[in-house]
Design a protein around this ligand. Structure first.
Ligand code: ATP
Ligand code: LTN
Length: 332
């Protein structure tokens, strides 16, 4: 909390084209906090380099991610939208928090285990200490709530542990944040392997629906989604593919699982897949249109980045100054 205002904070890596998992699990929910909270939403480019990135693509995706935040309804006058590397306090606080985070804690992070097995040729120290940089992001802004998909819950919990440990040694330094995980859309699964999370860095483009995919591509990808050998549309254990499609349909239409089962009673998987594709394409179409308009004006996006960085720096500077003082760093 900053000056009696509750704070919401989240981030997305510009590490690939954003997916409907990013949209339904995270970005779509961000704007619901704008009225009640002071909101900070960051494009976390420093996190993205824990995996090798092509510089030109990273730069392009940083602009695109900011434009998508805005296209998904985040008003830059009501939310602080900015790029992580523009606020140097993130990296500085991350170093300090590294000294208050245990090797064993970081070793238990499932994202580290997943990513180090996926990138076995590049298990760098940044990949290992990724969660302390994320904790720095969150704690710099005295954050109360962190809206994320369920895959990030473990990182937010570690952030809480770090904050509590720090507060015990140096009282009242940080607000201890809570993860907020939306009931629907918390984990959208891959269309090719519905036991795996849909992820923007998946090499199989057919496994993933991107926010910017055109209508025909979206419909084709849903048509090809892996399901099972039954024909009846119902949510049940072991039917991961259909369960995932029901969840997606529910997220886009607001209908309950029961209502969906009734709507498709007597119809086959083909009809259902087409309907999922159509509601998804309909929902994304206005986002895509706004995105194109925003991306065509790079100077305006840069002005937006500058404004966001200035706003964020003001808060980040205050918290970092407080931390440095508590630690005993000499202030000149
Ligand atoms: P990468 O493939 O590079 O690891 P990612 O697709 O997992 O990326 P992130 O940038 O790590 O995306 O995540 C941004 C936000 O989107 C986070 O809050 C994360 O929890 C959420 N998110 C990512 N994938 C999904 C998904 N499949 N379902 C629901 N939420 C998701
Ligand atoms: N680790 C997150 C992205 C992220 C984030 C954050 C989310 C970086 N910093 C702070 C919430 C709060 C991810 O991979 N999705």
């Amino acid at each position: 909390m900053f000056q009696d205002q509750l704070v919401s904070y989240s981030g997305v890596q510009p590490s690939g084209n954003l997916t409907i998992g990013n949209y339904l699990g995270a970005i779509r929910n961000f704007s619901t906090y704008s009225e009640k909270y002071k909101c900070f939403y960051c494009v976390v480019d420093e996190h993205a380099i824990t995996v090798r990135q092509n510089p030109a693509e990273l730069r392009r995706r940083t602009y695109e991610t900011l434009a998508l935040y805005m296209a998904c309804g985040l008003d830059p006058d009501k939310n602080t939208l900015y790029v992580q590397s523009h606020v140097h306090e993130h990296a500085e606080l991350a170093w300090i928090l590294n000294c208050y985070t245990m090797f064993g804690e970081l070793s238990r992070m499932t994202q580290f285990k997943d990513k180090s097995s996926k990138h076995s040729d590049n298990i760098n120290a940044g990949l290992f200490t990724y969660p302390t940089l994320m904790a720095a992001d969150i704690l710099l802004y005295q954050t109360d709530v962190v809206p994320v998909g369920i895959d990030q819950k473990q990182h937010v919990e570690l952030c809480r542990d770090i904050a509590e440990r720090f507060n015990q040694l140096y009282p009242c330094t940080f607000t201890v944040p809570e993860p907020i995980i939306a009931k629907s859309g918390m984990k959208i699964m891959s269309l090719a392997d519905p036991t795996k999370k849909m992820s923007k860095s998946d090499e199989n483009v057919n496994a993933v629906v991107y926010i910017l995919d055109d209508r025909d591509t979206i419909i084709r990808k849903f048509k090809r989604a892996v399901t099972d050998s039954e024909t009846c549309v119902r949510f049940a254990e072991g039917k991961d593919g259909i369960n995932n499609l029901i969840s997606i349909y529910s997220c886009f239409t607001g209908k309950s699982f029961d209502e969906i089962e009734k709507e498709f009673a007597g119809k086959g998987y083909g009809d259902f897949k087409l309907a999922v594709g159509e509601v998804c394409a309909d929902a994304l179409s206005p986002v895509q249109e706004k995105f194109r308009e925003l991306l065509s004006d790079k100077a305006a996006l840069e002005a937006q980045m500058r404004k966001g960085a200035e706003e964020a720096s003001y808060y980040a500077r205050r918290t970092l100054g407080k931390v440095q003082k508590k630690l005993g760093f000499v202030k000149l």
